[in-house]
Each structure stands twice: as C-alpha cells, then as structure tokens.
Design a binder for this molecule. Sequence first.
Ligand SMILES: Cc1ncc(COP(=O)(O)O)c(C=O)c1O
Length: 398
Amino acid sequence: MNEFERIERLPNYIFAVVNDLKMQARRAGEDVIDFSMGNPDGATPKHIVDKLIESAQKPKTHGYSVSKGIYKLREAITNWYARRYNVTFDPETEAVATMGSKEGYVHLTQAVTNVGDVAIVPDPTYPIHSYAFMLAGASVRKTELIYNDKYELDEDKFFESLDKAMIESVPKPKFLVVNFPHNPTTVTVTKDFYQRVVDYAKENNLWVISDIAYADITFDGYKTPSIFEAKGARDVAVESFTLSKSYNMAGWRVGFLVGNKTLIGAVQKYKSWIDYGMFTPIQVAATVALNGPQDCVKEITDTYRKRRDVLLESFAHAGWHIDKNKATMFCWAKIPQKCQFMGSLEFSKRLLTEAKVAVSPGVGFGAYGEGYVRIALIENEKRIRQAAKNIKKFLDKF
Ligand SMILES: Cc1ncc(COP(=O)(O)O)c(C=O)c1O
C-alpha cells in the first residue's frame, strides 16, 4: 500500500552511498579529500555579513517579512539584470525573491504544474530539476545532453532531441528546463542558442525555465548569456539565479526568479500562502550583495579558476586526463579508460575507500551521466595536489 505516494516518487539518493562511506572513513579518523558536493568552502564577503549584523540589530526587522521579497531586494534584482544584460523588469510583477533558487524552483513547479503534465529535462541534470516536477505530479521526459570536448553544447542535436521528445510524448510536453552553465557537466551555450529556444517554445507552446546559478563562475573570457537577451523571451520564460555561488552565501538561502508575469505571479501567490519571506536582515544584506562592489565575485571566480587549473594539471600527471571547462565550480571528468568497466558508482566508492578522495558518481545525475564523475572545486590547491598523488597510486594498480 502506498500511503505516501509523493514521497515514494523520490528515489533513494545515489549520492548517499558515497556520503555514507565518507562519513565512515572520517569517523575512523581518515582524512578524506572531499570534492563531492557543490557547497562553497569560502566565507561570505565581509561587507555583506556586516550589513546583516547591522540590520539584525534593528528591532523593526524582526517581524514577519515580505514573502515575495522586500521591494529594495526586488529592485536590486531587476537592476542586476539591467546592468548585466540590459533588460528591464518590473520589480512588482516580474521578479520574486526566493529562499534559495532550489526552493524557488520547487515552489515554481508546485505553483504551475498540473498532475499529468510533461516536462523536458536534459540528462544528466541537477537532480531537483527533474524531481521537482515529479513531486508536483508531472512526468519527466529526459533528453540526452550532447556536447564537445570543450563542454560546449551541440545545439543542433539539442533541438533534434527536443523534436523527438515533442513527437513521442503524450500528452505534449508543457515545460522545458535549460541550465547553462550546466550542473553537473559544466556545458555552456552561445547567446544565439536562446533565440532558438524562445522561438521553439513559442512554436510548441512550451514554458521555459532557465537556471543560471553559475552565471558568474566563468573562465577564460566566457560570459554567460541570459535567455532574456532573446527577443520575445518574456512571453514564455522565467530565469533563476542564486547568491549561493557568486557571493559564497549558500547557507543564507537567497535566490530569485524573473520573467514572465504569469509564472512570476503564480510563484508570488503560492509563496504568499506558504511562507512569510526570508528574515529581513538577510534580504537587506542580499540587496547590498547585488548592489555593492563586485570585486568579491571576481575573487571567488579566480579561486575556482586556479583550482581548476591545478586540478587538470595534477590529475593529468596522475594519469587522468580531464578536458578543460569554461564555467562552474566543477570539473566533469570522464572516468579513466582502464577504470571504465567499474561504472561511476563503483569507481567513486573505490576512489573513496582506496584513495580517500570523494567525488560524485555521474550516474547520480541521470543515466546519461554514467561513465563520468563530478569533481567540485571546494578543496584548496594543496589538497587538490594531495588528491592527485593519492589518485596516482590508485590508478597505478590497474
Ligand atoms: C544548477 C543549480 N541550480 C540551483 C542550485 C541551487 O542553489 P541554491 O538553492 O543554493 O540557490 C544549484 C546548487 O548547487 C545548482 O547547481
């Protein structure tokens, strides 16, 4: 008997397998070098923390806040878009602050999904991109994300896979999720890609949800485009961003959604029934993060770039060649040829128990993630080099 059908739609978490092994090793006193989770290791910049403290000392900030976000924060969000992408949004009707972009995404799907709807989600994927729809009673049609060795999306193949999904799915898909730079693969797209997405969505009656969580974490001159640089995007799309990665604010839970008034209105209404908004001082400090000096974002990005370079170089010496990515706080690594037979889960387990290095098995992000692991750049350069030494010994066994 399925008493709790919604919960039963959620699978056991594949990452829990590696996580449990990691905890066991740590309890046994082992030093595990942990690249498994996309949890930034750096501190939030001081001027943001100072603002939180200053605001928290004012008693009038202690009551219930505004569920869709205080006006100043929504204004900072729309100014961020204006500065960065030259797009203007109305803070009242086209922006909503969310308690992290993950929760924002779940609230959006809860607000706008009908039971039985179909959503197209490229695979592999950040798990909540598909499970939020499943929690809302929808089905997910996966399409294979195809890219080259520079982790650039094969845009033609992307649209071919959409065509196939549109033809084969009953009922016709209603939502399309795009997330570039992509977690877990780091894949990037061109600005032109979004015009094709918007045109495609209009022709096929799709709503598009774009997630640009890693918009700032880009290297070697690559700049993240927004779907709102495409003509007509606000007729069909919303886009989410988060302060978690750009400002090392993952624990603060601040994100936002902008775009189509119908979708944003639905999220605002939904949230007005279920929450009272983030603690006001967090919203005030988030406003300062978005409006204030942005050199901290550059420093955070530089840290990830340097770690990426050290990782690619030291792992190559250890016999593990990984292609160079242009974005995100991850490397998406094909498992070395001689270990491919294990599959990504067994490889990750053995890497942990034998080399004391934790990574996320690609299969945890979907069937098309098999053969790869995701390495989060959340350990410092010295520890990355140490991991490479451990990995060399491990790989030399085969
Ligand atoms: C692609 C993507 N979107 C959204 C999030 C969630 O970010 P948050 O909920 O902290 O805003 C993450 C976190 O890792 C992510 O990788």
